[in-house]
Design a protein. Sequence first.
Length: 254
Amino acid sequence: MPERRTARDYLYIATHNFRRLRKLDRRLPDAYERPTEARAVDGTTAIAAALGLEEAELFGLLRCFRGLDANGDARVSPHELLTFLDLDPTPLLKRIFGVFDGDGDGSVDFREFVFGCYQFCSLSPHGLLLLYFRCFATKGGDGTYALAPSGRAALLDFLYPGSGFEEERRKTKRELEHCGSLASWTAWIESHSLHGLRLAEIQGRLVARCGGETLWRAVAARRRDYFGDRDWLAMETYVSSAHGLPSGAPAAAP
């Protein structure tokens, strides 16, 4: 079993990566031609360093972001993301975009894109099931997430669209009434893991379009080495508090 890292270990890792990437902070804005694009990448290297992303990986994500940004405004809209992934809008994709859109302004800048890809693409199958909760939960004033009635209704609509699933829908609705917290959701989704297949398919599409499996396997291994079993919520809190990246905003509609 690998030795658990301490807070001092994480600080050393982040400092080492930041020193290695600090020249990149001056080079990233040069990769864009317009001032608005330069501002979009400003400060991203500090977040990347804290997460353990390598220089080549960050440049790869920048190239991907530029491919997404069809109108060149240094922000990605829901429509641009769906077009890039070649997917039709669904309630789940609406919620996934909300995970990326940390400040809830309806678009994703480069900082949000880098952290969102890291959160989504480097998760294990188990971690992905927990992120499912994040997609439909609501963040309260105390910083905790809960599956509110509106979130449960949206999840049911996604799982059982249209008619013909009345009995399954009623059964799942009864079960979800006891899944308000992350802990209770974890117990439920682990016994209903097939519900996570569509999220895994979207993850696979994003991985393929944003760097490929080899890159994200390496990032996922580094994530386990640096942060152990920290889930999406712990990472969200860590980056938000350390680097001022907003988190937990409502989902934006495609």
